[in-house]
Design a protein around this ligand. Structure first.
Ligand code: SAM
Ligand code: SF4
Length: 363
């Protein structure tokens, strides 16, 4: 006998089959899931949204992920690399506006010059903000030694999406070579934990060839890995990428959007005290997509504070939001929109993962 959505939600643990059923729920049923996730969020982490000022400081990348608009093989992209001063200016903006944390994101490089530059930059950020800014990095796969170096220089959270936990699918969306290796990506997550970071991962949702079972396995992977933070959002095609060829296999954007919200809600119910980001890609589909994710269980928003003239060149996918707006334009009404979800913005608070605090308190 099949269970109802409400019956599943009353359980303390979900099986893979339960998750698949939750993921396939209809419009009415998903409202029950969203409400339950919001309730759990209120109880375990509070109805608070934390800001992370996102600085996409460079689109140079040595990798060739088949889905990404800034992949090395895309010759149509104008490459840029912000100066340290430009990055520090964006950090000052975040600091002044009480964002409390920033995320540094770029294409993947692991040459010595890059490693050293980041190390020095991190120290400068800490110095110029009186140690008051929390720093998350999202700079791809690096060696344990590099992760440790950057941790010692002041970064304390790291986001590295596994992209999908289905190995076969992983190699449908990446080349299969030394630079793109499924096991190495998993190892990198272990290395991040070992280096002491609040460790974050995530997946793209509604990729071509991806099944509901794959997504259920992704959520179970987060749980078994005991992850501290998750950032996941819809896959959105980009015309200058190899995966564009399979665009006719994709769900309509609206379905990808709501499937992403269900993923967020189910994860909030499964992992009550982690940090969950409302991915920017949600905003590319719905102008208030991130706010809808906040209401469905997410508690982190990453307002883009990259100097606006560079944003046009950091197009991972089509229709990326706010590429022609300055930071002010993007953040002006954000607070009001978040208030409409029932959350308050936690200005001036780092918003570290409660899960991380709980899992490390006896170490
Ligand atoms: N280079 C680093 C890495 O890959 O981990 C960090 C930057 S990368 C642009 C950040 C994330 O963007 C990736 O983990 C991927 O999930 C996401 N992304 C790239 N292309 C995308 C697309 N077409 N649709 C949705 N998300 C995409
Ligand atoms: Fe480079 Fe990251 Fe894009 Fe892959 S997802 S091509 S590593 S920027």
């Amino acid at each position: 006998m099949t269970k109802s959505i409400s019956e599943i939600l009353e359980q303390t643990e979900f099986s893979k089959e339960d998750i698949v059923q939750l993921l396939q729920s209809d419009d009415k049923e998903q409202q029950v899931i969203f409400a339950k996730a919001n309730e759990i969020k209120k109880e375990y982490v509070g109805l608070k949204t934390y800001y992370r000022g996102l600085v996409e400081f460079s689109n140079y990348c040595t990798k060739n992920c088949y889905y990404c608009g800034i992949r090395a093989g895309n010759k149509e992209v104008v490459r840029y690399d912000l100066s340290d001063d430009q990055i520090l200016e964006a950090v000052q903006y975040a600091h002044k506006n009480k964002y409390a944390s920033v995320v540094f994101q770029s294409g993947e490089r692991s040459d010595e010059a890059f490693i050293l530059r980041i190390e020095e930059l991190l120290r400068k950020v800490k110095e110029t903000t009186n140690n008051e800014i929390g720093i998350t990095l999202s700079l791809g796969e690096q060696s344990l030694e590099t992760y440790q170096k950057w941790f010692n220089a002041g970064a304390h959270r790291y986001l590295l999406r596994i992209e999908t936990t289905n190995k076969e699918l992983y190699y449908k969306i990446h080349p299969h070579n030394k630079k793109h290796n499924f096991e190495s990506r998993i190892q990198a997550l272990y290395d991040l934990k070992r280096a002491g970071y609040q460790t974050g991962t995530g997946v793209m949702i509604a990729l071509p060839f991806q099944t509901y079972e794959d997504l259920a396995n992704d959520l179970l992977f987060f749980k078994n890995f005991d992850i501290d933070m998750v950032g996941m959002g819809p896959y959105i095609e980009h015309h200058d990428t190899p995966l564009y060829e399979f665009r006719d296999k994709l769900m309509p954007l609206k379905d990808r959007f709501y499937l992403s919200l269900r993923m967020i809600s189910i994860l909030r119910i499964m992992m009550k005290d982690i940090n969950i980001a409302a991915a920017t890609a949600l905003q590319a589909i719905d102008p208030i997509g991130r706010e809808k994710a906040i209401k469905a269980g997410a508690n982190i928003i990453m307002p883009n504070i990259t100097p606006s003239h560079n944003r046009v060149n950091y197009q991972l996918y089509e229709n990326k939001p706010c590429i022609d707006e300055g930071a002010d334009d993007c953040t002006n009404c954000l607070e009001a929109r978040i208030a409409m979800t029932g959350d308050t913005v936690a200005y001036g608070e780092w918003g570290d993962s409660t899960h991380f605090k709980n899992r490390t308190k006896n170490i």
